[in-house]
Design a protein around this ligand. Structure first.
Ligand SMILES: *[C@@H]1O[C@H](CO)[C@@H](O)[C@H](O)[C@H]1NC(C)=O
Ligand SMILES: *[C@@H]1O[C@H](CO)[C@@H](O)[C@H](O)[C@H]1NC(C)=O
Ligand SMILES: *[C@@H]1O[C@H](CO)[C@@H](O)[C@H](O)[C@H]1NC(C)=O
Ligand SMILES: *[C@@H]1O[C@H](CO)[C@@H](O)[C@H](O)[C@H]1NC(C)=O
Ligand SMILES: *[C@@H]1O[C@H](CO)[C@@H](O)[C@H](O)[C@H]1NC(C)=O
Ligand SMILES: *[C@@H]1O[C@H](CO)[C@@H](O)[C@H](O)[C@H]1NC(C)=O
Ligand SMILES: *[C@@H]1O[C@H](CO)[C@@H](O)[C@H](O)[C@H]1NC(C)=O
Ligand SMILES: *[C@@H]1O[C@H](CO)[C@@H](O)[C@H](O)[C@H]1NC(C)=O
Length: 788
C-alpha cells in the first residue's frame, strides 16, 4: 500500500507523457503483488454508487451545472419566454450522459463526430451545433467501437476531437492514424511492425511469468493501444485504467467519467447472449448492478485473490492488473465470436495467433478476456439463481459488451442511482444489409428490462423494428420516454433518451465493418457526417433543433417541478418524440398492391414510401422475400465454384429453395455475384398475410479462393430469418473448404440474433499462397476491429 501510494504520488505531480512508464508498478504490462496490510472490503455490495464516485460528483456537478446553464441559455434564447431555465436551475441542475455506440471504426468516428458537435472546443459547434452540451455531460459510456472513442479521449487527457483532427495525418502514428491496417501497423516500415509484435509478445509473457492467466485478448488489446495512445510507450502497455483517478482533468471534475461495458460468458458456456451478466468498468470500480452479482470491486486491486471481498492472504494485494488496453479490450473483444463459429479455418487461424503471441503459454480460454482471480469470489450479494455459479467460479471470462444486441451502452446511464435526466445515444449499428441501424440495439436494451437479468433496470418504451422503418425513426433523431407519466409501470422513471441514428449527410457513413484502413480524408468525412447527424445537418434541416435538444435536457426537471412547458418545446416534442404509434396501427396494405415490394425490402427508406402509398383496409396478398447471396471468387484459376443456398422463408407453409451456381471463374480474379429471389408463395397460401418487412434479412457472402485446378465446391445454407417474430437467422458456418488452409478471403455470416454482422478474415493478405503466420494473425486482429 505504502509502496503504491508513493508511486502514485510521484506520478501525479509529473506530466502525462514523460513518466508514463511509472504508472505500472512493474514498469511493464505485468501486475505486481504489494503489501496491503489491513486492507479489507475490496469488493463491496452493489445497489449504490461508490463513495469515490460520490466524491468525484461533488467536484463534477458544479462544472456540469454551469455548462448546462450556459448551453440552455444559448439554445433557448429565441424562445418567447425562456425563464424556465432560471426556474430549473434555482432548484438544481439537470444531469446528462452520452452513450457512444459500437460499430468498429465506423462507430468510433461517428461517435467522435457527435461529440464534436456537442463540444464547445469545436469551431462552429456553438454557431450551428450543440456546442457546450458535452461540457455539461456527467458520464460518457462506450462499448466496442464506442469504447475506442471514449478511451481515446479520456486517456489522452480529455483531448477534444478537434485536437485529434488538427494533428491528424496518415502514416505518422498520430491518434487514429488508420492509414495502416492492423495487418501491418507499420505500413512499409517493417521495423515498426516487428517492434510492435515483439513488444506485445514480451508484454504477454511478462504477465504470464508473473503468474497471471493470459489469452489472445491481451494481444488484441495491446495492439489496439498503438492506435489510441501512440504517444505512450508501447501504446499504453504500462498505463493503468485506474490511473485516470490521478489525472488532473478527471480529479478536478473537468471531464466526464467514462464507463465501458463488458459481458460475462456464463461458466460452462462458450459465449454470452442478451441475458448474460454485464460488467460496468468505471474509473474506480469493476462491477455489476445486475441481480446475478450485485457487487463492485476496486479497480486498482483487480487481480488480487479475494474471498468475500477480502484478500485471501492477509496483506497481499495485486496492482497493475487493470492495464488500460486490457480493460478496454474487455469491452471490445470479439475474438470469441469468431471462435464459437467452430469453423476449422477460424480455429486454425486462432491457433496460429495463439502460437504467435502466446508461444508456449497455455491458457484456459484463448478467445475471451480472462479476469482471474474472480473479484466476486465468495460474495453473496447476488439474488438470482445464476449468481451462484458466478461467485463460485475462479475466473471470469469476458467478451464484447455488445453481445446479445446491446450495441449502445445505455444501461450504466439508466441506473436510478445515477439519476440522470437525459441521455444522448448514437446508433451506428450494423443491422440492415446496407450497414444502417434499424432500432435493434435500443430494442434489445428495452426488452432486457423485462428479463430477470434486467429486473433492476428501466428503459423507456420503444417500438419494434417494423415501426422504426415505417415511421422513419432511423432517418432522424428521435426522443424516447418524453412523458414520465407514461413510464410509471417501469421499475422507475428512466431518463429521456435522445436517439441519434447513423444516416448519410455529407458522406455515406455506412462503411463496411471490414474496412480496416481509412485515409485521413475518409476519417474527416466520417467525423463530419457524425457532426451533421447530431445537428440535423448543422441545423439546416431544422433551425430549431438545438432548442429541441435543450427541451429534452430540461424535460424531467420540468415535469418534476411542474413548470410551464414552453410552446417551442411543445412543438419540438410533436416532431421528435415517438408518441406510441406502431406500424401495426398504420393502414394495412391493399391486396391489389402486388409483390413489387420484393425489390424494396432491402431498403427501409423505399419501403416506407411504398407503405404510405398503399390503400388501407385490405390485406397484403403475397409476401415476397428476397435474400441475396453473394459469392465472390478470387484467383480461381480455371476452376468452378458452386454454392447452394436456401433462400426463402416465411411463406407460411410454402418454402422455396433455390440453387445458385457460381459463375465459372475466369482467369485471374473472377467475381460472380448472384442474387437469388425467393419464389412467390403458392396459391392458396398467400392470400391472408399482413405485410411483413424483411428487416432481419440475412446476407451471406462467401468467397472462394485458390480453388484447385480441378475445381472446388463450396456449399452454404443461408437461412433468411423470420421477420415476424424477429427470431434469429440461422447461423452459418461459412465454408467447408477448410482443408486448403486459410483459403477463405471473406466470410459474412449471421449472429444468432436478428442482426447480420460480418466478419472478414484475411481480406487483403490472403492472395498469397503460403501466407505468413504473422499476416494471418494480423488479419484476424483487423477483423476484430470492425466487428460490432
Ligand atoms: C491536460 O489538459 C489540460 C487542459 O487542456 C492542460 O492544462 C494540461 O497541461 C494537460 N496535461 C498534460 C499532462 O498534458
Ligand atoms: C457542419 O459543421 C462542421 C463543423 O463546423 C463543418 O466541419 C462541416 O463542414 C459543416 N457541414 C456542412 C454541410 O456545412
Ligand atoms: C517453447 O518451448 C520450447 C521447448 O521447451 C523452447 O525451446 C522455446 O524457446 C519456447 N518458446 C517460447 C516462445 O517460450
Ligand atoms: C450504403 O447505403 C447506400 C444507400 O442505402 C447503399 O446504396 C450502399 O450499398 C451502402 N453501402 C454498403 C457498403 O452497404
Ligand atoms: C403520433 O405519431 C404519428 C406518426 O408520426 C402521427 O401520425 C400521429 O398524428 C401522432 N399522434 C398524435 C396524437 O400526436
Ligand atoms: C405508454 O405506455 C404504454 C404501456 O403502458 C406503452 O405501450 C406505450 O408505448 C407508451 N407510449 C410511449 C410514447 O412511450
Ligand atoms: C403488379 O406487378 C406487375 C409487375 O410486377 C405490374 O406490372 C403491375 O402493374 C402490378 N399491379 C398492381 C395492381 O400494382
Ligand atoms: C384481412 O385479414 C383479416 C384477418 O387476417 C381478416 O379478418 C380480414 O377480413 C381481411 N381483410 C380483407 C379485405 O381481406
Amino acid at each position: 500500500m505504502t509502496q503504491l501510494q508513493s508511486l502514485l504520488a510521484s506520478v501525479s505531480v509529473l506530466s502525462l507523457l514523460s513518466v508514463a512508464d511509472a504508472w505500472s508498478p512493474t514498469n511493464s504490462y505485468a501486475p505486481a503483488k504489494i503489501n496491503c496490510d489491513g486492507k479489507t472490503g475490496i469488493t463491496r455490495e452493489g445497489g449504490k454508487i461508490s463513495d469515490a464516485e460520490a466524491s468525484w460528483l461533488a467536484k463534477r456537478d458544479p462544472v456540469t451545472s454551469a455548462a448546462l446553464k450556459t448551453f440552455l441559455d444559448r439554445v433557448t434564447s429565441n424562445f418567447a419566454d425562456n425563464s424556465i431555465v432560471e426556474q430549473i436551475f434555482s432548484k438544481g441542475a439537470p444531469k446528462a450522459g452520452y452513450a457512444a455506440c459500437g460499430g468498429g471504426y465506423r462507430g468510433m468516428l461517428l461517435d467522435a463526430g457527435t461529440a464534436a458537435a456537442m463540444d464547445d472546443r469545436t469551431p462552429g459547434a456553438n454557431e450551428h451545433g450543440l456546442g457546450g452540451l458535452l461540457q455539461g455531460i456527467t458520464y460518457i459510456t462506450g462499448v466496442s467501437g464506442g469504447a475506442f472513442y471514449t478511451s481515446t479521449v479520456a486517456y489522452n487527457n480529455w483531448t477534444s476531437v478537434q485536437d485529434i483532427i488538427d494533428q491528424m495525418n496518415d502514416g505518422d502514428h498520430s491518434i487514429w492514424d488508420l492509414s495502416a491496417s492492423p495487418l501491418n501497423p507499420g505500413g512499409s516500415d517493417t521495423d515498426y511492425t516487428n517492434q510492435v509484435f515483439a513488444d506485445v509478445t514480451a508484454s504477454i509473457k511478462a504477465k504470464s511469468d508473473a503468474g497471471f492467466k493470459v489469452s489472445l485478448a491481451d494481444a488484441y488489446g495491446l495492439i489496439t493501444g498503438y492506435y489510441m495512445y501512440p504517444s505512450l510507450p508501447q501504446g499504453g502497455a504500462t498505463y493503468q485504467w485506474s490511473d485516470i483517478q490521478d489525472v488532473d482533468a478527471f480529479k478536478n471534475g473537468e471531464m466526464p467519467m467514462l464507463m465501458e461495458v463488458t459481458a460475462i460468458v456464463p461458466p460452462g458456456e462458450k459465449t454470452a447472449g442478451l441475458d448474460a451478466t454485464t460488467i460496468e468498468l468505471n474509473p474506480f470500480e469493476f462491477g455489476s448492478w445486475e441481480p446475478s452479482i450485485n457487487a463492485f470491486s476496486d479497480m486498482k486491486y483487480l487481480g488480487t485473490e479475494l474471498s468475500n471481498g477480502n484478500p485471501v492472504n492477509d496483506g497481499e494485494c495485486v496492482v497493475g492488473y487493470d492495464n488500460v488496453n486490457f480493460i478496454t479490450s474487455t469491452s471490445t473483444d470479439v475474438i470469441n465470436y469468431i471462435s464459437v463459429q467452430g469453423n476449422p479455418v477460424y480455429t486454425s487461424m486462432i491457433a496460429q495467433f495463439q502460437n504467435k503471441f502466446l508461444g508456449n503459454i497455455t491458457t484456459d480460454s484463448v478467445d475471451t478476456n480472462i479476469v482471474s482471480p474472480n473479484p466476486f469470489k465468495g460474495t453473496s450479494f447476488y439474488s438470482s439463481a445464476e449468481g451462484n455459479s458466478l461467485v463460485e467460479t475462479d475466473e471470469l471470462r469476458l467478451v464484447d459488451g455488445g453481445y446479445g444486441g446491446q450495441v449502445i451502452p445505455l444501461t450504466p446511464l439508466m441506473r436510478k442511482e445515477r439519476d440522470l435526466d437525459v441521455v444522448i445515444a448514437t446508433d451506428n449499428s450494423y443491422d440492415t444489409p446496407e450497414i444502417w441501424p434499424n432500432g435493434h440495439s435500443i430494442i434489445s436494451t428495452y426488452t432486457r428490462q423485462f428479463h430477470d437479468i434486467g429486473s433492476t433496470d428501466a428503459f423507456p418504451y420503444v417500438p419494434d423494428t417494423e415501426t422504426f422503418a415505417a415511421l422513419g425513426l432511423t432517418e432522424n433523431p428521435t426522443f424516447f420516454g418524453c412523458d414520465s407519466s407514461n413510464l410509471t409501470d417501469l421499475a422507475y422513471i428512466p431518463p429521456l433518451v435522445v436517439y441519434l441514428p447513423n444516416r448519410m449527410y455529407s458522406y455515406a457513413s455506412n462503411i463496411s465493418t471490414y474496412t480496416f484502413t481509412y485515409t485521413k480524408e475518409e476519417r474527416l468525412a466520417m467525423i463530419q457526417n457524425g457532426f451533421e447527424i447530431a445537428t440535423r445537418n448543422n441545423l439546416t434541416d431544422d433551425s430549431e433543433f438545438a432548442g429541441c435538444i435543450g427541451c429534452a435536457v430540461m424535460r424531467r426537471k420540468q415535469e418534476q417541478l411542474g413548470l410551464e412547458w414552453p410552446s417551442e418545446c411543445d412543438k419540438c416534442f410533436q416532431i421528435y418524440c415517438w408518441n406510441g404509434t406502431l406500424a401495426s396501427d398504420l393502414p394495412s396494405i391493399s391486396s391489389s398492391a402486388n409483390t413489387s415490394t420484393s425489390t424494396t425490402t432491402e431498403d427501409d427508406a423505399s419501403y416506407t414510401t411504398e407503405l404510405t402509398t398503399l390503400t388501407s383496409g385490405d390485406n397484403f396478398s403475397t409476401i415476397h422475400f428476397e435474400t441475396s447471396t453473394t459469392i465472390t471468387c478470387h484467383e480461381c484459376e480455371e476452376a468452378q465454384a458452386t454454392a447452394t443456398a436456401e433462400v426463402c422463408e416465411e411463406c407460411e407453409e410454402a418454402q422455396a429453395t433455390k440453387t445458385i451456381e457460381c459463375e465459372e471463374c475466369e482467369e485471374g480474379q473472377a467475381q460472380a455475384t448472384i442474387t437469388a429471389e425467393c419464389e412467390e408463395c403458392e396459391d392458396g397460401q398467400s392470400n391472408s398475410h399482413h405485410y411483413t418487412t424483411t428487416t432481419s434479412m440475412t446476407t451471406t457472402t462467401e468467397v472462394c479462393e485458390e480453388c484447385s485446378n480441378s475445381g472446388s465446391n463450396s456449399g452454404s445454407n443461408s437461412g433468411s430469418s423470420n421477420s415476424d417474430s424477429k427470431s434469429s437467422g440461422s447461423s452459418n458456418s461459412a465454408s467447408d473448404k477448410a482443408s486448403s488452409g486459410p483459403s477463405i478471403l471473406q466470410v459474412t455470416t449471421t449472429l444468432p440474433t436478428s442482426s447480420a454482422f460480418s466478419i472478414a478474415l484475411n481480406e487483403n493478405a490472403g492472395n498469397t499462397v503460403g501466407i505468413t503466420t504473422s499476416l494471418t494473425l494480423l488479419a484476424i486482429v483487423g477483423a476484430f476491429f470492425g466487428f460490432i
